[in-house]
Design a protein around this ligand. Structure first.
Ligand code: NAP
Ligand code: GCO
Length: 266
């Protein structure tokens, strides 16, 4: 074991849905650790925005338009990346959506849409990259899970079902392809400040904190929301040779939420 095992020098990383938010932070951290960054997003406008943001950060990223739920498009994307950049060494299944709707008011179509992006897509993209990883003799897959891989709450039934499923897909990829030197692990972020959680942090008309915002601060031993930067170290570790015997694990990066029973009444 040497410190160079933490380096991603010479590695190609595909991070899905990484024009901004958690994906952008993870990809930027991997670039600093030496990786070549490839990302996709669903719209050209977002890819252009992402490319400009990477450039501003001094990173020459490769950006593509691709809907990760479309298997043909994903297969074509992986072929194109392989031809234009090289074989993907690291995949981060980051693209995700949430719909906050009480379960009995949610349509089956809305439920399916969330499961499609948050669970079916990681299956589709992983399936597209694994054969070349096997041929190359190594590969790293990181699935972005959630607190909802372990916990439920009102209004997020589809998201929790998908993220719980993603935890098990993680274990299954590890089980099925570990013998080919492929490690598949998850990162379970706690509550992180991104556009996805912005509605939960909106200031109230009187300037006070959103009740959910106060609830999260009280539920988190660190007493704060996470930042996208909090996820970078764990992601680089799980993408690097330093984690070559870590497989099928979900690393929760949650400021202690899952360890905590909650604040006792005063
Ligand atoms: P975000 O700000 O909403 O970013 C998600 C990205 O995925 C967006 O760029 C989005 O594009 C893209 N995307 C959505 N559907 C796609 C599709 N079909 N094909 C390609 N790209 C697609 O979310 P985030 O907060 O950074 O979250 C990133 C991941 O972390 C998600 O999987 C999320 O569930 C997970 N997560 C977030 C938190 C948190 O507190 N923020 C906590 C735990 C886990 P559009 O803008 O076009 O939709
Ligand atoms: C919610 C949140 C989440 C988080 C995250 C927690 O409405 O409860 O949006 O579910 O974003 O996934 O880890």
């Amino acid at each position: 074991m040497e410190m160079k095992d933490f380096s991603l020098e010479g590695k190609i990383a595909l991070v899905t849905g990484a024009s901004y938010g958690i994906g952008f932070a993870i990809a930027s951290g991997m670039a600093k650790a030496g990786a070549t960054i490839v990302f996709n997003d669903i719209k050209q406008e977002l890819v252009d925005k992402g490319l400009a943001a990477y450039k501003e950060a001094g990173i020459e990223a490769h950006g593509y338009v691709c809907d990760v739920t479309d298997e043909d498009a994903v297969q074509a994307l992986v072929k194109q990346i392989t031809a234009e950049v090289g074989v993907i060494d690291i995949l981060v299944n980051n693209a995700g959506i949430i719909k906050r709707i009480p379960m009995c008011e949610m349509t089956a179509a809305q439920f399916r849409q969330v499961v499609d992006v948050d669970l079916n897509a990681p299956f589709i993209v992983s399936k597209a990259v694994i054969p070349a990883m096997i041929e190359k003799g190594h590969g790293k897959i990181i699935n972005i899970c959630s607190m909802m891989s372990e916990l439920g709450r009102e209004t997020v039934s589809a998201y929790a079902a998908a993220k719980g499923g993603l935890k098990m897909l993680t274990r299954n990829i590890a089980s099925e392809y570990g013998e080919y030197n492929i490690q598949c692990n998850g990162i379970g972020p706690g509550y992180i400040e991104t556009p996805q959680t912005a509605p939960l942090r909106e200031r109230q008309p009187d300037g006070s904190r959103h009740p959910f915002d106060q609830f999260i601060i009280a539920k988190t031993p660190a007493a704060r929301w996470g930042t996208t930067d909090d996820l970078v170290g764990p992601a680089v570790f799980l993408a690097s040779d330093a984690s070559n015997f870590v497989n099928g694990h979900v690393l929760y990066v949650d400021g202690g939420i899952l360890a905590y029973i909650g604040k006792q009444p005063q």
